[in-house]
Design a protein around this ligand. Sequence first.
Ligand code: FAD
Length: 573
Amino acid sequence: MALLKKKEDKKPFVARSSAGGTGSEISPLRPVAVLKEPPCIGHCPSGNDIRGWLTIIAQREKLGLSLDEACTRAWRIEVETNPFPAVMGRVCPHPCEGECNRKVKDGAVAINSVERFIGDFGLEHALALPRLTSEPKPQKVAVVGAGPSGLSCAYQLARRGYPVTVFEAFEKPGGMLRYGIPEYRLPRQVLDGEIQRIADLGVEIRCGTTIGGDVSLDDLRREYQAVFVGIGAHKGRNLGIAGEEGAGVYTGTEFLNRANRGESVALGRHVVVVGGGDTAIDAARVSLRLGSDVAAVSRRMGAGVTVLYRRTRAEMPAIGREIEEALEEGIRIEYLAAPVRVVRNGDGQMTGIVVQRMALGEPDASGRRRPVPIEGDTYEIEADTLITAVSQEPDWSSLGTAEVKGSWLEVDEWGHTGMPDVWSGGDSVGLGLATISIGQGRKAAEAIDAALRGVEPTKPAPLPRVGPERIKLDYYEPKPRAERTVLGPEDRLARPTEEVDKGITDEAALFETTRCFSCGSCFGCERCWMYCQNNCVKKLTPEPGHYYKIDLTVCDGCKKCAEECPCGFLEMV
Ligand code: FAD
């Protein structure tokens, strides 16, 4: 690059306001390196150091790391806050990318695809989760539920030396990652591999044990010094419409649970799914894969599976590409449509659904426009099966705790419940995403660790944020974003459990890391070193985020270093 000249060549760039030769006044400002929070990290619910793992791979040559060493260190950075990188690299809706500063140049960094690459690297190389101490702690912790929140909490406690036992009602761990998300989105060997690593840390996972049944919550509270409740939200809500009671009606979670266990479910020829979230889209796509008659009708008339959603596509909460793939597979989505009655024949068998057309009215409490019925505008569609995927809530019936006032357990910012020794997180405190559950499980683990040590939990000091206005966009070469390849719709239906999303190639993932701007953290670009006329910028032995030291005793405040810093790390104060 033309700018990467030797120091002796730099004189033509002089543009100073200070002593040191120009005769102008000495500037009172001095450069300071200020580490900042990039938007990717700020928008990651599990608090993952995304910039850290992208840049360690991108800067591996400067750091003197081989590719394997860089990928191993990237994986270690990743698993600090997320023990499921290969899983999340597949199912996370990646809010980080939505805010990436690179999107204003030539598209957000494909963070989620690189996460998957790093996660798969960790599995392929059998990397072990890192412990924080080898000292065992005496206090025992119980975790109820082996979903992402419970397993994240268990991991964080086990690596701090606590003996942890996870109690899981189902026969296998994973929660909704196994019993909600279909295999074509999340291969089970990936999930099993990442869970096994947590067990390898010494976490005991007792499956087939329902707390509230075999053992009560009070039993746990007596035997363990702290309890984390991560029971998720597995109770699907009903629609409350006429004819709903009877054969052929499933909640989305119940249907997916049965399908993911490998149970057969008689669907008939026409399936109607109600809802607009991930559960609805997963249930619709699984119906198409499970029911051969449904698939045949879909192929002939395109109406084997119909999703009814009461708002429009713009308000649909399901992951965008899942909606696209559902449409490609021949699933029909009817927007502004709500079921009002299940039609049954004299034998009680379902034959159709009466649907009410809706319009969008004023915004409701969620900020989305409220769907309102268009009076008198109803129609009937054929249906043999109705899957209601409108919402879920935790099933407290077995746990039977008086602390639960409504559907959700109330917690403070650390997941602490009203019970002194009980913490909670994930879907049992509010419906969310796997990444939110992982973050809440970690925070609760930090709080439990603090409580067991008799101290207050502490948060890292907040960092200033760095938006695109602080980035020198022209410094960075244009580089097109890598896009994932996906299996074609016909192949997907012919091989229903095969992973649909094929990710990006290893080469593309490595290239993608070089698209990261390293917003708010030094990546050793040398601009400050090159432009400084007074030799204030000294090179250090490179470490991630630490490449230079500024000697202020010889600085004349010319500002060049801060002006040239492309990533918003240096500023004048
Ligand atoms: P869960 O994953 O629900 O795990 C709770 C565990 O507790 C379960 O294994 C349950 O059996 C166990 N349990 C319950 N009661 C007891 C008891 N009394 N005793 C012992 N064990 C008990 N999120 C994403 O980020 N991306 C997606 O693509 C995505 N897709 C989804 C698709 C579907 C169909 C669903 C339903 C959810 C999806 N989510 C997705 C959301 C995500 O799966 C959840 O937010 C997350 O799994 C919640 O984690 P959790 O640990 O709180 O609960």
